[in-house]
Structures are given as C-alpha cells and as structure tokens.
Design a protein around this ligand. Structure first.
Ligand code: FES
Length: 130
C-alpha cells in the first residue's frame, strides 16, 4: 500500500516485490504499461522478450516525458525499439539504452523484473511519486 512520506507526498512501498500480471497476458515481443505506484497513470513499461521480461520507468531521459502515444503503444512499428513519442528517441528494448535521438548515450531507468510460476513480478522501491 502507498503511504505518505515526510514531505506529505505519496510514496510507494519500500523494497516490496509486486505481482503485475500473468506472463501470458504480455504479448510476445510486445509491451504493456502498468501503474504499480498507483499514480493513476502507467508509470512502468514491461516488455516481453522471448522468455525474458524487462521493466523500465515510463519516463524518457531527455525531458522526463512519458514514452507512449496511447495506452500500451511503446514500440516502433516493427517492434524492434522502444520509442519516446515526444521527440522520437529510440531505445534498445534489452538494455534501455538510447540508440537514436535527443538522449543518445542515456538510458531508461531499469526496474528489477522477473517471472515466477507464470507470473510477472517487479521489485518496487521506495520512491516519491513525481
Ligand atoms: S522527451 Fe523523449 S525524446 Fe524528448
């Protein structure tokens, strides 16, 4: 559950594994947004890459904009890159590194993510909700 931090802002739970969805609910090679910090918007993007999953904060390192142009639309048309639709930066889906665009050399912020017994989990760290 969320709590209120010293500043009066909501904070997520500290170092708590959180179950997001069944692996089968993530499309192969696809991406989906989640709201584990209960901010009212998808603050996390989870990618399914073969048998592996990756999770990143849904914020671009260029100007901290959200990445998608509409619900769950995080990928390029060919599905090969994560795209920031604000200014078109391209990111490697396996590393989160920017490979083209305004934030070249920077990376999406990784969130620990794994599968267990058919479920997708993330490790939610204490963080002030922006
Ligand atoms: S905010 Fe993402 S490329 Fe500018």
């Amino acid at each position: 559950m969320d709590a209120v931090g010293e500043s009066g802002r909501r904070v997520a739970r500290e170092d708590t594994p959180q179950r997001l969805c069944l692996l089968e609910e993530l499309p192969f090679g696809g991406a989906r947004g989640f709201d584990p910090w209960q901010t009212g918007e998808d603050s996390l993007v989870v990618l399914r890459r073969g048998a592996a999953v990756r999770a990143y904060h849904n914020r671009c390192p260029h100007q901290w904009s959200r990445l998608e142009y509409r619900k769950d639309r995080f990928l390029s048309a060919d599905g090969q890159h994560v795209i920031c639709y604000a200014h078109g930066a391209h990111f490697d889906p396996d590393t989160g590194g920017c490979i083209h665009g305004a934030c070249l050399g920077q990376s999406l912020r990784t969130v620990p993510c794994w599968t267990e017994h058919g479920w997708v989990w993330v490790h939610v760290r204490r963080e002030v909700i922006p």
